[in-house]
Design a protein around this ligand. Structure first.
Ligand code: SF4
Ligand code: FES
Length: 199
């Protein structure tokens, strides 16, 4: 794999072909906020929090850095007026669902996002998909899935699988940026293995 040189936030960065902008920024010590990204998982590009501005031959565009591959000689800005404005809006929408999520609150401070900007719809799950994808891609158990209820998509543990696999795993717990996963687990614990829930 050959080296690709690009410019990120005014810094010359060398990256390997096939890397994403997010990975290249990381190697250069530049932090881009993420929600649905995890280094062990396939790129997902769901939350859009990691958008950055890319300039190619004088033209700028917004791209999702966790899925966008490095290209030679492009100029990347991880912060700009436009990028910050969009991140602020995304955070405000996420906070309407999960107003108490610590990670979101920290970012909200940084981007000046108002958690009361949109009417609260506390579903707690922000649909980052980390739990579902981790259980599928890393653990290969598929004990959690999304249940489609129209616009109210929800995560659910599959009781039959959870009863066998989850009680001594729980590796997905620390990945959840909200309380949603733990709440869903309490429910399946009570349904699928009540002895453990009581103990
Ligand atoms: S339960 Fe948590 S980890 Fe799973 S999709 Fe929802 S917010 Fe993401
Ligand atoms: S971290 Fe890139 S879209 Fe979520």
């Amino acid at each position: 794999m050959s080296d690709i040189t690009l410019n990120i936030d005014g810094k010359e960065v060398k990256a390997k072909e096939g890397m994403t902008l997010l990975e290249a920024a990381k190697t250069a010590g530049i932090t881009i906020p993420t929600l649905c990204y995890h280094e062990k998982l396939e790129p997902f590009g769901g939350c859009r929090l990691c958008i950055v501005e890319v300039e190619v031959k004088g033209w700028t565009k917004l791209v999702v850095s966790c899925v966008y591959p490095v290209e030679k000689n492009i100029i990347v800005r991880t912060r700009s007026e436009k990028v910050d404005r969009i991140r602020k809006m995304i955070l405000q929408l996420l906070l309407a669902h999960a107003p108490d999520a610590f990670d979101l609150q920290d970012l909200a401070k940084e981007y000046g996002a108002d958690k009361d900007r949109f009417e609260k719809e506390p579903s707690f799950c922000v649909h980052c998909g980390l739990c579902v994808r981790y259980c599928d891609e890393v653990k290969k158990k598929n004990a959690i899935g999304f249940v489609d209820r129209g616009i109210r998509k929800e995560i659910n543990f599959i009781p039959e699988i959870a009863a066998k696999e989850c009680w001594d795993c729980k590796e997905c717990f620390p990945l959840c940026p909200t309380e949603a996963l733990q709440a869903a687990f309490v429910l399946v614990e009570a349904l699928a293995f009540p002895e453990a829930a009581e103990g």
